[in-house]
Write a new protein. Sequence first.
Lengths: 290, 398
Amino acid sequence: MPAGRRWPPSLLLVLAAALGPSTTAARAAEDEPPGILVSRQLLASERLAVGDVVSLSSDPSGTRPRAFRIAGAYEPTPDPARLGGASLEARLHLPDLIALTRDPADPSSGESVGAINVRLADPGDAEAFARDLSARLPGLVVRPTRPPKQAGDAFVVLDRFHLAIALVTVIASSIFLLALMVMLVDERREMVAVLRLIGLRRRRILLQVFVEGLLIAAAGALSGIVLAAALQGGFNHFFQWRYDTALVFVRITPSIVWRSVLLAVPLGALASLAASWSLLRRGILSLARR
Amino acid sequence: VRAWAFAARSLVRQPGRSGLGILGVAAVGALLFDMLLLSRGLVVSLERILATAGFDVRVIATDSPFLYGPRITNAAAATAAIAALPEVEEVVPLRFGETTAAGPGGRELKVYFLGAEPGSRSPWTLVAGRDLPATEEPWLVVNPNFARTFGVSPGGRATLRGGCTREGEALPPLTFGVAGIVEFPFDENAALTAATRLAGFRGLCGQHRADEADLFLVAAHERHGPVAAVKAIRGLRPDLHAFSNEEMVERFQQVGFSYFRQISTVLSSVTLFFGFLLITVLLTVSVNQRFAEIATLRALGFSRRRVVVDVLCQSVLLVGAGGVLSLPLGLLLATWLDTILRALPEIPASLHFFVFHGRALWLQGGLLGLTALAAALYPMRLVARLPIAATLRDEVVG
């Protein structure tokens, strides 16, 4: 990377990192460009390397550029709201960013910041702290970094969407299962007739069918979980590659496993019972086709 | 008996399993249809909104994500220069901001605030009252939500709190006259939106860096069209980024809509596989149970081709009936899923995720047809290779 390369500001979402005292003041050599961090994606897309000197400007036309040396690369915090957009970002020390973006016609522009991050002694106080500060400083918007999940929250909505899709899939699977069980039970019609003829009561046969259905459903649920666990990595790798992000798209948690089992096993057992019931209601002679 | 009628009778003879098979295909088909609607729904919806907005070209300062990048500087000169191009009919510069206003009970409510300089056409649709007058007095046009929430109507007055740009300065409030009630094409469902002329915007939001715009809306001259207008603007101002509506859609497709396209691809594939499995199992078990019957038919003179075609016809009938049923089911399901997704924040009220388009219908038909064919392959093979004498001995005599 040639020193002094001009970097299209359009590619940048410049973030200031308030990392302590100005590096400008602390810098040993006056002519040494200040250090910046660039995102991994920006480093790759512009074929930059750590140690390169780049020019940044806050003006789209690239006027008044300032030189910076790339001190390192970082992985941006994955942001689902910006999925699909390349994270072409750089992090500057706050005084460097203010110096870069200051409007000469507006003295106050060197005195303002976009946001202040506060680390609390007790993170559990975030809600109360935000409420107190909002009341004391009405001009500020104060919110916890982990706001409570609300109805309009993007993740709550997506969760609801995926749940709806899952519900439709469960309905389709149940119909599939029922059709399959009807056919399987029909195949065993003569065996059921023999069992009835040798004296087994309907309830006894139904219990047997129920246990069978339970075992098949449990085996099916287990296979489904194993398949999902095996595919999980593939899904995540594909989408992480596709969107160039560190976001995790699929995560099979114990709660999801239990929910699947609790849904699949009773459904499977019920399907086998429902399918068998129509057969067991018939008379023995009808079952034996006599 | 013809193959179709024969296959239909075979299915009718076992109404339980056939009905369940058709229902299963209908449920799977409905999901598949919805995923096909989702795969292009946002794009089709955005195309429709852009087409009705009345502007063909959008100009921004950089190619960074919309409203994240720097603004267009020396906006007045740029507006005049672009408007003077023969390919351009009109240019409307826009500024975007957010402010607040005191709502019922004195609660401060967020208001989306636009500054625009409309000419013969406006970036909104007038519903009541009149459009923004070109006077020095600050006027507003507001959306119906704003009018309802703050209890204002054309001729009334509304006070907005000062300071509305990304820089967020605290400035004194300003009272505007309400000229009219309008609908903004990209308004969110519950958004409170107000627009004024650029002078009013600057008055409320601060005067510094006044000659800026977030976006130019450009109407191309009918004689030249949007492609020529984009080319002319790029030639005149290579430092700016001009996009036709088609390019905007393409751009959003690559970035913003990608997630739903991927989801729909994955779910369509899974759904198709599921449907394939369902029909294959149904037909295979059905054929297994009919070995004796098929062997007898062969012995009576039915050709191998004839019994194979019978299985294929059964598959097509099952999938066809399920497929037809899947369309109304899919549309109902799409309405429900669309309602769920439209609750996402910052989604314009007129944007839909599931939009009917002819391509989805053809794709649905084609994919289900292929599924019917693929699902019938294995049972067709079983029937074709069925040994007549051995089967009759095993199934009938035995």
